[in-house]
Design a protein around this ligand. Structure first.
Ligand code: SF4
Length: 289
């Protein structure tokens, strides 16, 4: 049996930074620290941090301690509420997400209308779009383009900024942004397309595509509510009949998988290396030694 593990598997730089800094804070503070939303979409990692004193809150109003802002970032209004209430923030927003906030903020001040291409309910998207205010649209599917164009025409705005959620599918972003550009291609509009997809996401998606074309069983490891993990599954299932998306080794039928000759493994951005190592060991039978 051959096992191919994605080189780009596991924690991305933004998540690694958030976890390392949170651990340092918990060690130094020796008291509870609140975290607004799950620090990473990974149950096992969260449970470990909770044991060390991390307290998850869902709303800034619930804060009782210093509050960690995770790599996804937050909406502009939350910074304002924290300031008003004197809540100390430990801002671990990934620099690449902060960059999107800056771009949207700057273009909005210059009268641009923002189209953000991403998953509407994703916390990063909710945070980023808040920097554009009312003059904005969120698009996930091509079918939503017309609605955004109607809004643009109604507002008589002539300058359009198009950006992406950092973990959005590159292929889909290119298709949607090019279609918007071609529909607004009558000389009246200025359309600025900024590909803000994180290179870590792009590399991981490309590698997943490659591996899944060459294996007969593909394992995607990651949190159930992680959007980047779900995308890896979607890419793989187009290339390989047997794809399984799991959080931990406990979700896998190892003995069944051992029947396959070529197995690929890729992990999402919120998955620790240990989760992949555990699966590899079990497949090789090294866990029983
Ligand atoms: S995927 Fe990229 S943008 Fe998102 S947290 Fe990781 S490094 Fe930052």
């Amino acid at each position: 049996m051959e096992i191919i593990i994605g080189k780009s598997s596991g924690f991305c730089a933004g998540v690694r930074n958030a976890i390392t800094k949170t651990e340092q804070e918990l060690k130094q503070n020796r008291q509870k620290i609140d975290c607004l939303g799950e620090l990473v979409h990974n149950k096992q990692v969260i449970e470990k941090l909770e044991k060390k004193g991390l307290n998850l809150i869902n709303n800034i109003e619930e804060a009782q301690n210093k509050v960690i802002i995770r790599a996804h970032g937050i909406a502009k209004e939350i910074y304002e509420i924290a300031k008003q209430k004197g809540i100390e923030l430990i801002d671990l927003t990934c620099p690449k997400v902060l960059k999107i906030h800056e771009i949207i903020d700057e273009y909005t001040k210059n009268d641009y209308y923002t189209i953000l291409i991403g998953i509407k309910e994703h916390p990063e998207v909710i945070g980023s779009i808040s920097f554009a205010g009312e003059n904005s649209s969120l698009i996930t599917e091509k079918e939503e383009i017309e609605q955004a164009i109607e809004k643009i025409e109604k507002l008589q705005t002539k300058k359009i900024l198009i950006v992406a959620q950092t973990t959005f599918s590159l292929k889909k972003f290119e298709e949607i942004s090019q279609e918007i550009k071609s529909k607004l291609n009558d000389g009246k509009y200025v359309v600025e397309i900024k590909n803000t997809i994180c290179s870590a996401t792009k590399i991981r998606q490309e590698e997943t595509n490659k591996i899944s074309q060459n294996v007969d069983y593909m394992i995607i490891v990651g949190g159930k509510n992680s959007s980047n993990t779900k995308k890896l599954y979607d890419i793989s299932i187009k290339n390989c009949k047997n794809v399984e998306c799991v959080e931990t080794i406990n979700d896998l039928k190892i003995e069944e998988i051992k029947k396959f000759t070529k197995i690929g493994i890729m992990a999402g951005a919120s998955t620790p290396n240990e989760s992949v190592e555990e699966i590899v060991k079990a497949l090789k039978g090294e866990d029983k030694k």
